[in-house]
Design a protein around this ligand. Structure first.
Ligand code: RIB
Ligand code: CA
Length: 315
C-alpha cells in the first residue's frame, strides 16, 4: 500500500481527497497550508475532517503565507470558513508538535524511498522543506501535484489557483529533480460530482456521506456562480487516484516550468507538449530532462464512481 503524506488547504475537494486517501492508501500524515482559506481555517478544517471520518492521522500546521507576497484566499468558492455548507464536528485531535516543514522532512526520512508527498494546495511547505533538507531529493519516491494546467487557468487566463498562490514555491518543486506527477485543470475541471451524484450521497442516509453531500452542494453552487460549471470538480482527488486506481488518468512525460516574471502569465505552468503533437519535434535535451508526468486525459466518470463508493463506505 502506497505511503503518502498530503499537504493541503481544506477546501471542499481537499476534504474528499483526504477521506479517499485514508481508505485506500497508507496516509502517514497531513500538513496544512494557506490557500482556499487562512491557515487557521484550513488547519481547523483538517482536524474537523479527521473527527468526521473517525480518523487518527497526525496533522501538522504549516505556512500562513507564500514565499513572496501575501496570501490569496478563495471565499467565493469555499466560503468564509474554507469549508462552508455543513456543520462539521468539533475536533478532538490535537496538532502534532512540529511545524509542517519539519514534519514533512521527518516523515520522508522515516520512510526513505517509499513516501509520496501529495501537494494539493499552494506548495509553500514543500518548497521550504526541499530548501531546508536537500536530501529529500533522495528520500522521496515521488511528488504528486494538483496544480497548473496544460490549457487555461482559473485565477487568470494563464494561472491555476495553487500555483498562482505561490509561484516561487511551485517553481522550486518542479525544478527539484524529484519525479513529479502533475494533474492540472485540463483534466480536473472535467472530473467532478454532478448534482445527481450529490443526491446519491444524500439518499444513502449514511452520516459521513450526508455531510459530504451538504459540502458538495455548497461547492457546486459556487462553481455554477463563479464559472458557469455544472459540476463540483474533484481537483485534488485526481492527484491521489493514481495510487489506488492506476489506469484512470493518462499521463505524458515532459518538462514543466513555472512562469514567475510575466505580467500576464505569472503562475502559468509551461508544459512542453511538443512531444505529444505530431510535427513538433521535441529538442533532444528537453526529452531527456522531462521528469514530470503531466495528466493529459482521465476516465472521469469511472473515477468519480470510485470516489462515491469510497465515501459511501464510511459510517
Ligand atoms: O485550482 C484548484 C485548486 O485550488 C484545488 O486544490 C482547490 O482545493 C484549490 O486549492
Ligand atoms: Ca486544495
Amino acid at each position: 500500500m502506497t505511503k503518502i503524506l498530503i499537504d493541503c488547504d481544506p477546501g471542499h475537494d481537499d476534504a474528499v481527497a483526504l477521506l479517499f486517501a485514508a481508505r485506500h492508501l497508507d496516509l502517514v500524515g497531513i500538513t496544512t497550508v494557506h490557500g482556499n482559506s487562512s491557515l487557521e481555517n484550513t488547519t481547523h478544517n483538517a482536524l474537523a475532517l479527521m473527527e468526521l471520518g473517525g480518523l487518527d492521522i497526525p496533522v501538522a500546521c504549516g505556512c500562513a503565507a507564500p514565499l513572496v507576497g501575501n496570501a490569496t484566499f478563495a471565499p467565493h468558492i469555499h466560503g468564509k470558513s474554507g469549508l462552508d455548507g455543513a456543520t462539521l464536528p468539533q475536533p478532538s485531535l490535537k496538532l502534532v508538535d512540529a511545524h509542517a516543514v519539519d514534519f514533512i522532512i521527518d516523515q520522508a526520512e522515516r520512510h526513505r524511498g517509499e513516501l509520496v508527498v501529495a501537494v494539493i494546495g499552494p506548495q509553500t511547505n514543500l518548497a521550504l522543506a526541499l530548501r531546508r533538507e536537500p536530501r529529500l531529493a533522495q528520500w522521496l519516491r515521488e511528488i504528486t501535484v494538483m496544480g497548473g494546467s496544460t490549457t487555461t487557468g482559473n485565477v487568470t487566463p494563464a494561472a491555476e489557483f495553487n500555483i498562482y498562490c505561490d509561484p516561487e514555491a511551485a517553481a522550486a518543486v518542479f525544478a527539484s529533480g524529484i519525479p513529479v506527477r502533475m494533474v492540472g485543470l485540463n483534466v480536473t475541471r472535467r472530473t467532478g460530482f454532478t448534482s445527481a451524484d450529490v443526491d446519491r450521497l444524500r439518499s444513502s442516509s449514511r452520516r459521513v456521506a450526508g455531510v459530504i453531500a451538504d459540502l458538495l452542494a455548497f461547492y457546486l453552487a459556487r462553481q455554477r456562480e463563479s464559472f458557469g460549471l455544472d459540476l463540483a470538480p474533484m481537483h485534488d482527488v485526481c492527484a491521489i487516484i493514481p495510487y489506488a486506481f492506476p489506469d484512470l488518468i493518462r499521463y505524458g512525460q515532459t518538462t514543466v516550468q513555472v512562469e514567475l516574471g510575466g505580467a500576464l502569465t505569472r503562475g502559468m505552468t509551461v508544459c512542453d507538449l511538443r512531444a505529444f503533437h505530431p510535427g513538433t519535434r521535441l529538442p533532444a535535451q528537453l526529452a531527456q530532462d522531462g521528469h514530470v508526468q503531466v495528466a493529459l486525459e482521465a476516465e472521469s466518470r469511472l473515477l468519480i464512481d470510485r470516489v462515491i463508493e469510497t465515501i459511501l463506505a464510511y459510517p
